[in-house]
Design a protein around this ligand. Structure first.
Ligand SMILES: C[S@@+](CC[C@H](N)C(=O)[O-])C[C@H]1O[C@@H](n2cnc3c(N)ncnc32)[C@H](O)[C@@H]1O
Length: 294
């Protein structure tokens, strides 16, 4: 297997992680949850689902505390980004006609939040994740909702416009794009290729996305985060692309997008973690952004 192909397989495997955290989060009492999602567990691989079924609130709390010690801010950061995007999508529902989730992994928003809204959805990911998602959703839901299409594509290589068009998407639809936890797995050409596709979006479309800070990927020391650098950059080499927060507005503007909101990690903690009374933090190396096509 080439290094490129091995990286793609590793990147595909990361699709499960965020939903495993969301599924575990459902073991907490409703007032302590950062995200509520009763479909998450059904999207996990069978072995993870079986392990989860044996876990109660105490086990989930021990795991969250362990994760916070080993990977500071990972649990809180992933859940804050999920909650941020959930809220932005919910707020936008009356104003959009389509949802396109790029690198959707096993995310459940299309199935939780779109029924009854008339909004159509396209979920894009690598073939292995699309196939697994189709199997798990079919098991849980029987048939897939007809307004949601699962689309196998490689964001770095495939022509996204043609691939989505083949599945019925038209760029004239005012669309909410999600690109969550994905940009760091692409190289610069892949990110720019995706941004060039996003430049064709209808005015008023929205984009909720995340990125990893470039200075972190270049090795800038950040307190407590050497473990991420070792795991994702040095050892596995799967985090490849980062953005300087100061350059982000200019980068998006060059593709026709205006930043509406780009909360700092501390702000995410205040908004979403503080009300739960939990002691989690939100990792400073990944940022969430909400933007509008002008
Ligand atoms: C960390 S997961 C995030 C999944 C989901 N967006 C979430 O936050 O729950 C990264 C996802 O990006 C997808 N991905 C990475 N590189 C990709 C590529 N070149 N083309 C399509 N999908 C890709 C992976 O397959 C994986 O599902």
């Amino acid at each position: 297997m080439t290094r490129e192909a091995a990286s793609a397989v590793e990147a595909a495997q990361t699709g499960v992680g965020p939903m495993a955290l969301v599924a575990l989060e459902q073991r907490f009492a409703p007032r302590e949850r950062i995200v509520t999602d009763d479909l998450a567990a059904a999207l996990l691989p069978p072995t993870a689902r079986a392990a989860l079924a044996r876990m109660g609130p105490r086990a989930a709390s021990v795991m969250a505390a362990f994760a916070e010690r080993r990977y500071p801010g990972l649990w809180g950061g992933m859940l804050c980004r999920k909650r941020f995007i959930d809220e932005k999508l919910r707020e936008a529902l009356g104003a959009i006609e389509a949802l396109v989730n790029l690198g959707a992994g096993f995310d459940t928003r299309a199935y939780r939040m779109l029924p009854g809204t008339g909004v159509r959805a396209w979920e894009v990911d690598q073939t292995s994740n699309i196939d697994a998602k189709w199997r798990r959703l079919s098991q849980r839901l029987g048939t897939l909702p007809p307004q949601i299409r699962l689309v196998a594509a490689d964001l770095g290589r495939d022509a996204l416009d043609a691939t989505l068009a083949a599945h019925g998407y038209v760029p004239q639809l005012r669309t909410f794009f999600i690109w969550e936890g994905v940009t760091q797995y692409l190289d610069e050409a892949g990110v720019r290729k995706t941004l060039a596709f996003l430049a064709t979006a209808a005015p008023g479309s929205r984009l909720a996305f995340t990125y990893v800070r470039r200075d972190f990927l270049e090795g800038a020391p950040m307190a407590g985060h050497a473990v991420y650098y070792h795991r994702f950059v040095e050892k596995r080499g799967i985090w490849r692309y980062g953005i300087d927060p100061a350059e982000l507005p200019g980068l998006l503007a060059s593709y026709g997008w205006r930043v509406i909101e780009a909360p700092e990690p501390q702000e995410m903690e205040q908004r979403y973690i503080a009300p739960t009374g939990r002691t989690l933090t939100c990792m400073p190396i990944e940022r969430s952004v909400y933007a509008e096509r002008i």
